[in-house]
Design a protein around this ligand. Structure first.
Ligand SMILES: O=C(O)CCC(=O)C(=O)O
Ligand SMILES: [Fe+2]
Length: 170
């Protein structure tokens, strides 16, 4: 990714992870829901991670991504891992890579399972837009934030239906 952005250091993003980078695994179970139009499996959010590696049930869809105000179904491709860019990459790339807003809808007839692996920068470190991606034409879009603080407020915002990344936009 560093190479794509022509950064001096091809491994810029990997180098930001720090020695105590976090990995969390999350298994989600979405039971059948008789009224899918009334209940989300998981409401709209972007992930607060560097990246999320997602293994989704290949027998049922439900994951959708928001683009230009339209919700698109993410195709189910058997035996494929889906990589979602998270907020931490959006911040460090100064908004060039986007952390997509996504949600899971429920299904009236089928239950669904997913496994997510969340990768995060060492919580004691601070992240900010790479200085090489900030200039007069493109000023910093996000302020510097300690990863621990970002993660700590993530769920409060999630439960209130807000995007935590919006709170650090300049
Ligand atoms: O279950 C899924 O497919 C997506 C889960 C998800 O978006 C998340 O855990 O952050
Ligand atoms: Fe997610």
């Amino acid at each position: 990714m560093g190479k794509l952005l022509e950064l001096d250091d091809d491994d810029y993003f990997v180098d930001q992870l720090g020695e105590k980078a976090l990995t969390n695994a999350r298994c989600s179970y979405y039971p059948e829901c008789p009224r899918p139009e009334l209940v989300f499996g998981l409401k709209p959010h972007s992930d607060g991670t560097v990246v999320t590696v997602l293994m989704v049930d290949d027998s049922v869809g439900g994951l959708q991504v928001l683009r230009d105000g339209v919700w698109w179904d993410v195709p189910v491709v058997p035996q494929t891992l889906l990589i979602l860019i998270g907020d931490q990459i959006e911040i460090m790339s100064n908004g060039i890579f986007k952390s997509p807003v996504h949600r899971v809808i429920t299904n009236a007839k089928k239950e669904r399972l997913s496994v997510a692996l969340d990768y995060s920068v060492d919580p004691e470190r601070e992240i900010e837009p790479s200085p090489q991606l900030v200039n007069e034409k493109r000023p910093a879009l996000y302020r510097k934030v300690k990863v621990k603080d970002y993660i700590a407020t993530y769920y409060n915002h999630f439960f209130q239906g807000e995007m935590v990344i919006d709170t650090i936009k300049i």
